[in-house]
Design a protein around this ligand. Sequence first.
Ligand code: HSE
Length: 448
Amino acid sequence: MKEIRIGLLGCGTIGAGVVKLLRRNGALLERKLGARLRLVGVAERRSEALRALGLGPELASPNPVALVERGDVDLVVELFGGYEPAGSLILKALQAGKDVVTANKALLAEHGARIFKAAARSGAGIGFEASVGGGIPIIRALRESLAGDRHRSVYGIVNGTCNSILTTMSEQGREFAEALAEAKRIGLAEANPALDIDGHDAAHKLCLLAALAFGVILTPAQVYTEGIGAVTQTDIACARELGYAIKLLAIAKDEDGAIEARVHPTMVPQNHLLASVRGAFNAINVHSEALGSTMYFGLGAGEMPTATAVVADILDLARRRLNACASGSHPLGYPTDLLRKARVKPMGDLVCECYLRFMVDDRPGVLGSIASVLGRHGISIASVIQQGRGKETTVPVIMRTHEAPERNLMRALGAIRRLKMVRTRPVFIRIEDRLQAAVGSGDGSQKS
Ligand code: HSE
């Protein structure tokens, strides 16, 4: 029986899941492939990780370069994470004509152009289904299943740590710090959670989603990125009162060639499917012209969910190799040399509705002064909530605006901050109300 020989770089949580799945489903995968998938070497510094998986010492390959260069390795699974040595090892494998499977969203978002070009040049394949949404098959859906359509927007809850923290805050009334501590306690948040809670992990994933959806090279530096650290219980409660849930959304839209790319806490209508995504789950909502709206939901992280995506990529590339199909030319769904650099819309040009909260002195004329600054900047108010007097000297004033350019809003907020009766920095959270048009609001009738 033919074999595809696999070299594994990194045997942490996901690597262990891959080893277990290859073993557990060995016979099934063999039947699906008509060939055997054989692990021939594992580069992992912690020898106990191999022992814990029952892998013999003959599989230990302390030198990852040597493992990638081995003549009997057909396919390299890169699960080291980070930029180096992962990037050099992937390039080396691709240049040698070996297929690569990786979950490394940070590397692909930052240096994907080079890596995908190397794959196209050598004809080797690169699979990265595990890099966005863990076990959710969103990469393949965008590249293959939805390839016949033109996509307008992608909205993703793509960071399970943030979604879990926001769920805890919303359902248990806890503040951010407490909810983060809880996420660390249950092993969901990393000891250094900055990459997740500051929104960078979601921005990396958004770069890949935008590439697949719109055929553009988008880099993390082009994505406006704001984390969830400033979300408070007060804002969650006010959002609820206004009919919204607060979610960290990664949003990409193609507005006739100008790409909107942003990650930030967003108010989502409570009756939208995205608002009901709880805990560590991920969901991606794609809005396409002919098809309309589709949702992809599931576990976005974790050992076995992510391992299923890695093993599916292994199987796919193994099939192509065995059938001598070219696999390296369109990993992002377009010939790599036809991908264009994203022309990103400046945030100032963004037009959206907003939630505003001001902590103000409770005295006559305050509301009027704020409204007058907003009016001078062309911002129209949709609704106002002034919460009842308590013992506090300041009270929150909550406003929901109609659509307005973000540039105007920023200028208005700067002027409002300078008013004497406004005691703290105004809070603003963008609202995505048009999502409603995207999901479940139509009658399902056919349009052409
Ligand atoms: N840390 C990520 C999350 C999973 O919390 O969703 C890996 O991308």
